[in-house]
Design a protein around this ligand. Structure first.
Ligand SMILES: [Zn+2]
Length: 102
């Protein structure tokens, strides 16, 4: 998956198209990610304990990573991600536009 926790991403499609946000969590098995302020849903939570308030909570729902593009921290542009294996066997990502390691 090209998106990682902590990345800033651009949303490409849907209601939130054009919005930028920080990746809060990724779900590699589902190919989805949680992006701050994107795909908000309302959860109606009920008071569980005495004195607790029942309320409507707004929170993010995961979006598919195919609808996201990583924004490079150096050139500040949405970019595709180049993946490479380094000599020591570890993997790295790089910006396709400026070559910056991500
Ligand atoms: Zn770049």
């Amino acid at each position: 998956m090209h998106v990682r926790k902590g990345d800033t991403v651009l949303v490409l499609t849907g209601e939130y198209a054009g919005r930028r946000g920080r990746v809060l969590r990724v779900f590699p098995k589902e190919g989805r990610a949680l992006v701050e302020g994107v795909n908000m849903i309302k959860r109606h939570t009920r008071a569980r304990r005495a004195g607790e308030q029942s309320r409507i909570l707004e929170k993010e729902a995961p979006v598919h990573v195919s609808n996201l593009m990583v924004i490079c921290p150096r050139c500040d542009q949405p970019t595709r991600v180049k993946r490479k294996v380094l000599e020591d066997g570890s993997r790295a990502r790089a910006c396709r536009k400026c070559g910056e390691m991500l």
